[in-house]
Design a binder for this molecule. Structure first.
Ligand code: ATP
Ligand code: MG
Length: 249
């Protein structure tokens, strides 16, 4: 299987803190690959480098064989890499459908033009509806974002990432702050996307990770210490001792 995304020996320091200290992993085509590790292990810092929000001090990031280590973050969606849960992505006064339509318009750039009212532009609204249906929000299309629960907002944010038409999705803690029902819905949503996208998932919810992941990479002190199947990671004595505790053993 070919790697869509490959990270080789990445390093990133913030002053004396080595937030990324030798991180390597390969995300295969259509794979759901989870990254787990304790608080402060450097998971979000790693995602930020892959998304191009910050640049590593050392190491390389390749997307579909192309070195993107120094490509600015805003150019990466066009190359096939999208991150969900960016800040201020949502226009809370607008409907869900309008939000997704705007994301498509932004992706298409000036080619679309804004001369036609968004509410009637079927070239935007039809695909926008399709993305909403994929995340289970089709029936909420005409509601305003303000009316959404926390969990539904996160579902909408996944739809916005899908609207980027990328083949690789980066998700940093999609279940954060969710109750059991919302987590279950998000798990089902990600399960439905599985196989169609290569997904790099950072998540503390181990039930979700074990249910979804094809492979898991364990990150400790900025270093990738182990990559394996769910069974391999679950049964690794060091992982059990250091991170999982008895609850999931
Ligand atoms: N911009 C920054 N400036 C300085 N230090 C930072 C910065 N970002 C992260 N760090 C530090 O880098 C280390 C890794 O942080 P990071 O947020 O990547 O961990 P994490 O694995 O995502 O943790 P969590 O599970 O709590 O989300 C921490 O020690 C953190 O304090
Ligand atoms: Mg984090």
């Amino acid at each position: 299987m070919s790697a869509q995304l490959s990270i080789r020996d990445l390093h990133k320091a913030f002053g004396a803190v080595k937030a990324t200290n030798g991180a390597s992993l390969e995300l295969l085509k259509g794979e759901l690959h989870a990254i787990i590790g304790p608080n402060g292990a450097g998971k979000s810092t790693l995602i930020a480098q892959i998304a191009g929000e910050i640049f590593p001090d050392q190491g390389q990031i390749h997307l579909n064989g192309q070195d993107i280590t120094r490509v600015p973050g805003w150019q990466r969606p066009r190359l096939g890499l999208a991150r969900a849960f960016q800040v201020s992505q949502l226009y809370t006064e607008f409907t869900l459908l309008e939000n997704v339509a705007l994301a498509i318009a932004a992706r298409e750039g000036k080619a679309f033009g804004m001369w036609r009212p968004l509410s009637r532009d079927t070239r935007l609204l039809e695909p926008a509806m399709g993305y909403l249906q994929q995340v289970g929000l089709g029936l909420r299309a005409q509601d305003s974002v303000q009316a959404l629960s926390h969990g539904e907002r996160r579902q909408l944010e996944i739809a916005l990432a899908l609207a980027q038409e990328a083949s690789v999705l980066l998700l940093d803690e999609p279940m954060a702050g969710m109750g059991a029902d919302e987590s279950a819905r998000m798990t089902e949503l990600l399960h439905n996307l599985k196989g169609r996208y290569a997904i790099l998932l950072v998540e503390h919810d181990m039930d979700a990770v074990f249910a979804l992941a094809d492979r898991i990479t364990v990150l400790v002190y900025g270093q990738t210490v182990l990559t394996g199947s769910v069974e391999q990671v679950r049964n690794d004595p060091q992982v059990r001792a250091a991170y999982l505790g008895e609850e999931h053993a």
